[in-house]
Design a protein around this ligand. Structure first.
Ligand SMILES: CC(=O)SCCNC(=O)CCNC(=O)[C@H](O)C(C)(C)COP(=O)(O)OP(=O)(O)OC[C@H]1O[C@@H](n2cnc3c(N)ncnc32)[C@H](O)[C@@H]1OP(=O)(O)O
Length: 467
């Protein structure tokens, strides 16, 4: 006999209710785990799962607060992105779609948030391989070719044009209609591959875009263009009658990364800054790798820049002396003002970037195996960091350095804040819940991290110079 519960239902009924209740708990699936994005260059590659798969930053960010997709059983989303036209098509498959308590995610809407109007139905997408096959050439051929270099697929080649493929760097105004339309189809790539990227206003005439394109010669003697990467650059007004350039986004398509195209794009923007004698060139929130690339590139230029050599030699020779007092460390910690100014004027490197490269330039002039010299070098960096963060005046106003945990595992984040009263305790201490740790220890960690970066770039620069 079935046992009845208090409410009058049997134990069997209660069990069934529990099971149904359990089945209804939809745990969802992380977008990162069920979406794959393939870069394809022909119709035949669409549908093949062994093509070039893009590794996006984080797809979860496009799907609600927890990054999950709800309501589907065995969901698989394969997205085919054409490297010819930059249109896309999403192949969505699942066993069933049931509201398990958290609704059914509107996949079309979410994918449109990423791909916008570039997302097409399959039939239209397949047609783009013929109808849009020349879209890069027809859009970009009106641009100004600023640079041309030959390129060997398997090994990075020099800039002589004798062999390999031809690569051109072409500049265009983003506000021209065909360029704006092409850029709008490239925006999804910036969302997927650049951390924290946001679209730019293509109607603003101060935006330029630099395309790196590969020229492909056809058997008929005609040619076509394949897009390898691009960079967007904004032209700011600088008082009283100058402009500043800011590199906002730079992206090399994943199959072509690490082959020197990003560096060539950066070099080209830099030559424009010099040729047009703008005030300086800055980079908007560079990623760690872009900053590394940029520091290698700028340090190499600075090593050949005669006007700052006496200043580098003078600091390096002081650091070589047996003992460097705290007081003298301060004067050794940074470049002299005239060096900062001439570097900005001639190379268009701004002060913050020059300070980063300065440490590398000094390090390259020292014997890294000499413990005493390295101690002096470290002390000079520490002195500068210390005065950057806690200069005399602000120290007495209650400045605090606090380590704050972040979502990334590679670095630490530090927050510097001032208590209004200048007293030790402040409501922020409470908010950060015991995050305040010993300042000196944190400063040392900061110095060690800085030293690590300096050594890494110095070694890369030395190997590039000797190759
Ligand atoms: C502001 C922003 O947009 S931040 C976001 C930046 N973009 C992204 O993160 C998107 C994804 N990533 C990318 O698109 C690319 O990787 C980029 C744009 C960051 C870099 O472009 P890539 O083509 O991959 O880099 P590229 O091959 O040109 O340069 C890298 C190498 O050149 C080296 N290099 C730097 N200067 C020079 C020089 N003058 N001569 C020779 N080599 C140099 C660098 O040291 C680096 O070598 P390594 O990695 O072997 O140590």
């Amino acid at each position: 006999m079935a046992l009845k519960q208090k409410s009058g239902e049997t134990a069997g009924e209660a069990k069934k209710r529990r099971l149904v209740g359990f089945a209804k708990t939809d745990e969802g699936v992380e977008a990162n785990k069920c979406i794959k994005i393939f870069l394809v260059s022909s119709k035949d590659e669409v549908g093949a799962k062994d093509g070039f798969c893009i590794d996006p930053m984080d797809l979860n960010q496009f799907f609600g607060e927890d990054g999950k997709i709800y309501g589907y059983k065995d969901l698989m989303i394969n997205i085919w992105l054409s490297s010819v036209s930059f249109y896309a098509y999403a192949d969505i498959s699942y066993a069933s779609a049931v509201d398990g308590g958290k609704g059914i995610t509107d996949l079309k809407l979410a994918l449109q948030d990423i791909f916008g109007e570039a997302l097409l139905e399959k039939i239209d997408f397949l047609q783009t391989f013929s109808t849009e096959s020349h879209c890069i050439r027809s859009t970009i051929s009106a641009g100004t070719v600023l640079r041309c270099y030959s390129f060997n697929e398997n090994a990075e080649s020099s800039d002589n044009l004798s062999d390999g493929s031809f690569i051109e760097v072409v500049r265009m105004e983003l506000c021209s209609l065909p360029v704006g339309l092409l850029y709008s189809r490239l925006v999804p790539l910036t969302f997927l591959l650049i951390d924290g990227s946001s679209p730019i206003d293509v109607t603003d005439s101060k935006w330029d875009i630099y395309f790196a394109v590969k020229k492909i010669q056809s058997q008929t003697g005609d040619y076509d263009l394949r897009l390898l990467g691009f960079a967007t650059v904004y032209r700011f007004y600088h008082h009283p009658e100058s402009t500043r350039l800011r590199l906002s986004q730079i992206l090399v398509l994943p199959p072509y990364q690490g082959k020197g195209h990003g560096r060539r794009l950066l070099e080209t923007v830099n030559s424009v800054a010099i040729a047009e004698n703008v005030y300086d060139l800055t980079v908007e929130e560079p990623s760690e790798y872009l900053q590394y690339l940029r520091s290698c590139f700028d340090t190499l230029r600075l090593l050949d820049f005669e006007p700052i050599k006496p200043a580098i030699n003078s600091v390096a020779s002081s650091l070589r002396t047996d003992s460097v007092s705290k007081k003298s460390c301060k004067s050794l910690a940074g470049p002299p003002t005239h060096a900062i100014e001439i570097v900005r004027q001639k190379l268009k490197i701004n002060k913050i970037q020059f300070l980063r490269c300065w440490d590398i330039l000094i390090y390259l002039n020292l014997d890294s195996k000499d413990r005493k010299i390295m101690e002096n070098f470290k002390a000079s960096i520490s002195t500068r960091l210390q005065s950057d963060i806690f200069d005399k005046d602000t120290k007495s106003k209650g400045k605090h350095l606090i380590e704050v945990p972040n979502d990334y595992d590679h670095d630490m984040t530090f927050v510097v804040y001032c208590s209004q009263s200048g007293e030790e305790s402040d409501c922020l201490d409470g908010r950060l819940d015991g995050a305040q740790v010993d300042q000196e220890q944190q400063l040392n960690q900061l110095v060690d991290k800085q030293l690590e970066d300096i050594v890494e770039i110095a070694e890369k620069v030395s190997s590039l110079r000797s190759s």
